[in-house]
Ligand binder design. Structure first.
Ligand SMILES: Nc1ccn([C@@H]2O[C@H](COP(=O)(O)OP(=O)(O)OP(=O)(O)O)[C@@H](O)[C@H]2O)c(=O)n1
Ligand SMILES: C[C@](O)(CO)[C@H](O)COP(=O)(O)O
Length: 250
């Protein structure tokens, strides 16, 4: 039985934190990775647009290179972004984990779902963003997009000398493995607790939630949400962008 005199529940609001403070050492010398261009536009702007394309995302916190917050603010001002979204820029830290924490510290109250998305994944489709948000809305405290692996993976004993042979310890069953991407989505309180509690270095935010003993779920990722890490990834990203521009006027 419904009671029309009760106020409608407040809509669940979503914020996104975009860590963009990395140097991009594996990409080679040049500007900080997030500021390098893809199709003439900084990678960070692509990533911000990808998240702001979701109608659920009302706030984007960009975590800029430690001495680059002013430059990032100017970049956001200079590029067209949706009016319905607010943007905040904060300086980042030494590690990804530190940068995400600094982004979380800048979140105002009122957003119950928080996404964390690498600036280095500039081409994630909005459907992937929305699928992650939806899974959190449905009650999962932590959600990651992931894809099955194409390669067989070996666990090894690290080489005694750099470049030396590495004894294989195990071959995990490939069908049970997923390569995880971002945006990773969280119930806000869970993500804040993870960042307050976990002190050792973890390579993704969902991994921190796992350490709290909570369940993380994987939803289907997308091959275009790949991370631009090495020079060959830039070639692929330019090709994907060129195809989108040709097909969709992106
Ligand atoms: N101190 C850091 C390190 C990384 N990142 C961000 O975390 C995301 C994923 O990191 P990765 O792709 O590894 O970027 P880099 O750390 O820049 O790469 P590299 O390890 O090659 O230097 C990127 O958007 C990167 O800007 C960050 O905000 N702060
Ligand atoms: C968060 C992440 O993109 C999920 O795949 C990844 O763990 C980041 O790792 P990196 O070594 O910092 O790029």
């Amino acid at each position: 039985m419904s009671d029309d005199s009760l106020p409608a529940p407040a809509p669940v609001r979503t914020a996104a934190v975009i860590p963009a403070a990395g140097r991009g050492v594996r990409l080679g010398p040049g500007a900080p990775k997030a500021l390098r261009t893809l199709g003439g536009t900084p990678m960070l702007i692509h990533a911000v647009r990808a998240l702001a394309a979701s109608r659920s995302v009302s706030l984007v916190v960009v975590v800029a290179p430690p001495d680059g917050a002013a430059e990032v603010k100017s970049l956001l001002d200079a590029h067209a972004l949706p009016d319905r979204t607010d943007f905040v820029v904060v300086p980042g830290g030494e590690t990804r984990q530190e940068s995400v924490k600094l982004g979380l510290d800048a979140l105002p109250p009122g957003h119950d779902i928080v996404l964390v998305h690498d600036a280095a994944r500039p081409l994630v489709p909005v459907d992937t963003v929305d699928a992650v948000i939806e899974a959190v809305r449905e009650g999962a405290p932590a959600v990651v997009p992931g894809l099955p692996l194409a390669d067989t993976v070996k666990e090894v004993e690290p080489a005694a000398v750099p470049g030396g042979p590495e004894p294989v310890v195990a071959t995990p069953e490939r069908a049970r493995l997923r390569a995880v991407q971002t945006p990773q989505g969280f119930d806000r309180a869970t993500l804040l607790r993870a960042h307050e509690t976990v002190t050792d270095e973890v390579t993704d935010d969902a991994g921190m939630v796992e350490r709290l003993g909570l369940t993380v779920v994987v939803v289907p990722g997308h091959e275009e949400a790949f991370k631009v890490t090495r020079p060959l990834d830039l070639v692929l990203a330019e090709a994907v962008l060129a195809r989108r521009r040709l097909n969709d006027g992106y």
